[in-house]
Design a protein around this ligand. Structure first.
Ligand code: ADP
Length: 682
């Protein structure tokens, strides 16, 4: 198919690979993106140029080969009949005819001869002309378009043949109007010109052959008029503008006629590709591919050369569109390849960066981990040390606590001994009186016995026994009081504790004429005996201390009253309150704030150590209770409230046995001591 008839495919626009672009690493800045775009553009452009050049080179090479063949075909065709004039001049009839142009027999013979030779040689026509250019005989003498009688003196081939011996010409036949190649040769005889023999050859077969080919081939004459062409649209058109003189000459010779004859093709040279090659554009009007409004331009690779022995130019035209399409593909492939390579490179770089970052991160993490482990080890060490020192502190604390407890025990005992010491004068007095009485009674009993007065003796002895029993009771109570308690909390009957404490101060109560006022709950109440959670011995110590202080305070007072009130209906049912009040001077504020300080006393030296209330408060705290001095009216004395935890009946159940057991033990111990004492005394 002739490519000139083919519409050049519309080039697909080269699009920027947006999808690829969108996958560019987000970190790339505008500069990077521009560099990337520039790289791709330059690469694509280079690929395009390279591919185009290669394609054009191939086209030129192909066209040159083709022109070799076409030129030799053409030359073969136009030189094929060069022998004919010489052959014809050998025929005596032709020379005779030229000498005797009107001889009918000769004319007839020559006509037949020419017809035979034409048939044999396949020429279009052969004819004989006299020196005036009139045809004397012709191969087509018997056809409708016969040359016989026609005058061709104006035809260039005749003129040239007369002047130079041979003449060549391509043009339309003036009679037949069929194009052909004319070759003429002069016939001389004996140094004289006789006439001219002309041959017309049709080049249509060559043209038909070229039309079957792929490329466009054309042959233009010296004026640039295309007379042989594989593209019929260009037949007899000119490649370049004709000068007025040339145009007039052609018209005179009636060389080319027909529609569009001598009109311009519009071939514009665009670029030279070498000595015989160039790129030409067909400008509007474009007969090859007339686009809308005929404005389309089509570029061709034009390879040309002069046909040897003529002034013709044979040309090959190849549409460049296909080459440019291939070049565009090459550019697209290059752009894609470059994009892929760039993206691949970026990806690899990015990947390496990520890996490097990960490695760095891992290293940092490992470092942090090591640091953390070191810290943990350090901290663990510090913790272990702190723990150890804490354990040591706890041990120390426990030891201190034990020491304190022991000290408190000692203190309690010391307080107790102090109390006994304070009471010792009274006790001694209490024991001395019966002792003196005993002496008198026993002396009297002896006398009564000697005088034989048994009744009086018996009476005296009974009194003595009574006195001894009372003295025993006193010493037993003292011994029990001085006994070192177990400090165990047990339910203690409040009433018994009060009775025991009162017994110890009973001597003073009596001596100092103190009235004791008791306000105790009903012992037969349905709630049963009132119990507190305490150590009986220590509770008694506290009570004795409170009583002794009250008695001390009232020594100088005219009216002495010791009030003991027990309240079990207090707001808080869990506690029992024992209130000890006196009619002493009361406690002034400066004394009140220091009451429980150890070694604080207002008593004269020897009378008090100032430990009583301090120890009592300590004991009460241990029992889980409180001891405080009350605010009483200005005219009233002092009042102390002892608050202790209530013990329930069931607490006593288990305790009763233990209490009994303890008391049995104590009695046994007391008896042993009493015996010992008696022994010591005796
Ligand atoms: P001491 O009896 O050896 O002085 P205490 O600790 O028992 O030690 O008492 C401290 C002080 O509290 C007493 O010296 C006294 O001034 C004051 N005090 C205690 N009880 C009474 C009371 N019932 N009336 C007035 N003052 C009291």
């Amino acid at each position: 198919m002739n490519p000139l008839r083919q519409r050049a495919p519309s080039p697909r626009p080269l699009r920027w690979p947006t999808r690829i672009a969108s996958h560019l690493p987000s970190t790339s800045q505008t500069a990077k993106a521009l560099a990337f775009a520039a790289l791709v553009a330059v690469g694509a452009w280079a690929a395009y140029r390279y591919a185009e050049r290669a394609e054009i080179s191939a086209i030129i090479e192909r066209a040159a080969h083709r022109l070799d063949v076409d030129e030799s075909t053409l030359k073969g065709e136009i030189t094929r009949y060069d022998y004919l004039p010489a052959l014809l001049s050998l025929n005596p009839d032709i020379a005779n005819l030229l000498r005797h142009p009107t001889n009918p027999a000769l004319i007839s013979r020559v006509n037949d001869y020419l017809a035979d030779v034409t048939t044999d040689s396949q020429a279009a026509a052969i004819y004989v002309l006299d020196l005036n250019g009139t045809t004397l005989a012709a191969s087509n003498w018997n056809q409708a378009v016969s040359f016989v009688g026609q005058n061709f003196s104006y035809r260039p081939y005749f003129i040239d043949a007369r002047h130079s011996g041979t003449g060549r010409f391509y043009g339309l036949g003036s009679t037949s109007h069929l194009p052909g190649y004319f070759y003429a040769a002069r016939i001389d005889a004996g140094g004289h010109e006789l006439g001219v023999v002309a041959t017309k050859i049709s080049l249509d077969p060559i043209e038909a052959l070229w039309m079957r080919g792929d490329e466009t081939v054309l042959v233009a004459d010296a004026n640039g008029v295309v007379f042989l062409t594989s593209y019929p649209g260009w037949k007899y058109r000119t490649l370049h503008p004709l000068s007025a003189a040339s145009r007039a000459r052609i018209e005179t010779k009636r060389q080319y006629e027909g529609p569009g004859a001598l009109e311009e093709v519009g071939l514009v040279r665009r670029r030279s590709l070498g000595p015989n090659a160039e790129i030409d554009a067909v400008s509007p009007p474009n007969p090859f591919a007339p686009g809308p409004g005929g404005k389309r331009r089509t570029d061709f690779v034009v390879v040309s050369r002069t046909v040897a022995g003529t002034d013709w130019r044979i040309m090959s035209l190849t549409d460049i569109a296909a080459a440019r399409k291939s070049a565009r593909y090459a550019a697209l492939v290059a752009a894609l390849g470059l994009s892929l390579a760039t993206i691949g490179t970026l990806y690899v770089l990015q990947r390496r960066k990520v890996i490097a970052q990960r490695l760095a991160m891992r290293e940092t993490l490992e470092r942090m981990n090591d640091e953390l482990e070191r810290k943990v080890t350090r901290r663990t060490g510090a913790l272990a040390r702190a723990n150890k020192s804490l354990r040591n502190e706890i041990t120390e604390h426990k030891r201190t606590e034990a020491t304190l407890k022991a000290t408190l025990e000692e203190l309690v005992q010391a307080g107790k001994m102090a109390l006994i010491g304070q009471m010792s004068a009274g006790i001694t007095h209490e024991l001395n009186q019966p002792l003196a009485a005993l002496r008198t009674l026993s002396d009297n009993a002896l006398l009564f016995l000697q005088r034989g007065r048994p009744d009086e003796t018996e009476n005296n002895l009974r009194v003595i026994a009574g006195l001894i029993e009372r003295m025993g009771k006193i010493t037993a109570q003292l011994r029990r009081f001085s006994h070192k308690g177990s400090a165990e909390l047990t339910p203690v009957p409040v009433e018994r504790a009060l009775a025991n404490a009162l017994f110890l101060v009973e001597l003073r109560l009596r001596k100092e004429a103190v009235e004791v006022v008791r306000d105790l709950p009903d012992a037969d109440s349905p709630r049963g005996e009132l119990l507190v959670l305490a150590d009986a011995n220590r509770l008694e110590q506290v009570l004795v201390n409170l009583f002794a202080n009250a008695l001390d305070a009232m020594l100088e007072r005219p009216a002495r009253q010791l009030s003991i009130a027990v309240r079990d209906d207090a707001a808080d049912d869990a506690f029992v309150e024992i209130v000890v009040a006196d009619t002493g001077p009361g406690i002034p504020e400066p004394v009140r704030v220091r009451l429980f300080e150890p070694f604080f006393t207002t008593k004269p030296p020897g009378a008090g150590l100032g430990l009583g209330l301090a120890i009592s408060a300590g004991i009460v705290r241990e029992l889980g209770g409180t001891l405080k001095a009350d605010d009483v009216a200005a005219d009233g004395g002092a009042s102390f409230t002892l608050r202790l935890r209530r013990a329930r009946g069931q607490d006593l159940a288990g305790e009763a046995a233990r209490q009994t057991q303890t008391e049995t033990h104590r009695a046994a111990a007391d008896d042993t001591d009493a015996d010992g004492g008696a022994n010591e005394e005796s």
